[in-house]
Design a protein around this ligand. Structure first.
Ligand code: F0G
Length: 460
């Protein structure tokens, strides 16, 4: 479809709205304290603009809601599974599909099947649940993303790229047998929503094929990655997001997907593979953890919504508006002088907490503290993506990532341009008073994925 205008204006309009509660500063101060300065522990009723995550928080379309009514809720052999499976095969090209309740369900199955104890799992930066499942399966994650990805100011257009030299040296040092597979995320979340280029993935493909190493694709945000390829990579300007997505998938052997992001649903995911043996095992294992292989923890209506959502996510005008809105917010923040990760990513704006709060050291949890301040100022809920999210190594040490970020994640098709103005104005307000912001002390730390439920106190 041809562009309607230069503007990123949305290719949809509103048919129903959800009313929001506007709160006072003193209410918000009480709430964040009660939540142990962890935005995950805030009741959503006290949140005005919710930028905690883009996961499961998007708006479904009229077509998705009408597909909902067609849900076949049969326990076995659901027609809705067939429609979801057909949509995945058509648009992504993988041969076999196993439905799961969300992305981490797929990660659990895939990790258990493909990782042997002690094997390495090189990846283009970690993701919290992905790495944890790799580790629980006995794998050892190793980072192979280009160094530029760890520098918030480096404007490399493809900060999701793999450093092929790092892969070669791992193969040389440990041998191909020691590598379970290479884990490749498109539009790398923890790097700030940064894409991998088609050329880089192709080169990785030919390198790994020589050694018989498989590539597994975390395709949670593959369509956003495709939009960046269309904008930035030579030879792709006239290709559609749909075509680019299919090509990206074609250089990988299997995938895990959280359909709660790109695919525009509130719940759902799947594992896909081109390898019959892996499929066979997954079909066995899914029954243990998720449900029968024709529903995997999902209602028939959820699978109908995924089938439609996948198609909608591949529309060029949808991605133009989606990423256009994120860029609008990012550019406004830049104009206010807020330090953010550049280039502006696909699913949100990542504020550099180290640069924002240079008076705090990383063990005072600057990004966690800053997320609490944004909430107090305007009721905008963001989340920490720094030392708390990174967690601890097997030996108990903190991972201490180079990136200490606050993520303003934009749900798909939910908020307006005026909401984005409020968000940017609030960050500017907090920025003015940044010298007064104090660090935090962790007073409760859960064993797994601590960022979800950890509690903090202000350092006096
Ligand atoms: N992979 C990536 C890149 C993700 O961003 C997520 C979830 C998952 C896997 C796991 O999927 O949540 O459906 O189990 N990311 C959410 C976020 C939670 O807020 O970034 P899930």
């Amino acid at each position: 479809m041809k562009d309607f205008k230069k503007s990123w204006a949305e290719p949809y309009k509103m048919k129903m709205v959800e009313l929001l509660k506007v709160t006072s500063r003193s209410q918000r101060l009480a709430q964040i304290k009660k939540a142990g300065y962890n935005t995950f522990l805030l009741p959503s009723d006290f949140v005005y603009i919710d930028l905690l995550t883009d996961s499961g928080t998007g708006s479904m379309s009229d077509r998705q809601w009408s597909a909902f009514m067609l849900g076949d809720e049969a326990y076995a052999g659901s027609k809705s599974f067939e429609r979801m499976e057909a949509s995945i095969k058509e648009h992504y090209g993988y041969k076999y599909v196993i439905p799961t309740h969300q992305g981490r369900g797929a990660e659990n199955l895939l990790s258990q099947i493909m990782i042997k104890k002690g094997q390495l799992v090189p990846g283009n930066m970690y993701f919290t649940t992905t790495r944890l499942h790799q580790e629980l399966a006995g794998g050892i994650f190793t980072d192979i993303i280009i160094d530029e990805a760890h520098d918030p100011l480096n404007e490399h257009p493809f900060k999701g790229n793999v450093d092929l030299g790092k892969v070669e040296s791992i193969i040389k040092k440990h041998g191909a047998k020691k590598i379970a597979y290479i884990s490749i995320a498109t539009n790398v979340n923890m790097a700030g929503g940064q894409p991998i280029s088609m050329q880089n993935l192709k080169q990785l493909r030919s390198l790994t094929q020589k050694h018989g190493i498989k590539i597994i694709h975390d395709m949670t945000r593959v369509a956003e990655n495709a939009w960046f390829i269309k904008q930035r990579e030579k030879g792709y300007a006239n290709r559609s997001v749909e075509e680019i997505v299919k090509e990206l998938c074609s250089y990988t052997d299997g995938a895990t997907m959280s359909a709660k992001k790109d695919a525009l649903v509130n719940i759902g995911g799947f594992m896909a593979t081109n390898d019959y043996d892996v499929y066979e095992e997954a079909r066995n294992l899914v029954v243990v953890y998720e449900g029968l292989h024709t529903y995997g923890g999902l209602a028939g209506r959820d699978m109908e919504a995924i089938a439609v959502g996948i198609k909608e996510s591949l529309d060029d005008n949808h991605q133009k508006a989606r990423i256009g809105q994120v860029e609008y917010l990012g550019n406004k923040m830049i104009a206010y002088g807020i330090p953010i990760v550049k280039p502006i990513g696909g699913h949100g704006i990542f504020v550099d907490a180290k640069a924002f709060l240079p008076h705090l050291s990383q063990d005072q949890f600057p990004a966690q503290a800053l997320a609490a301040e944004f909430y107090i100022d305007s009721g905008v809920r963001t989340m920490e993506r720094g030392v708390v999210s990174a967690g601890r190594k097997a030996n108990g040490e903190n991972y201490n990532p180079a990136l200490e970020l606050v993520r303003f994640t934009i749900p798909r098709r939910v908020y307006t341009q005026a909401h984005m103005d409020v968000v940017a104005e609030s960050t500017a307000e907090v920025f003015k008073n940044r010298n007064k912001i104090k660090g935090l002390k962790m007073i409760y730390e859960p064993k797994y994925l601590r960022f979800f439920q950890a509690r903090f106190e202000k350092i006096k």
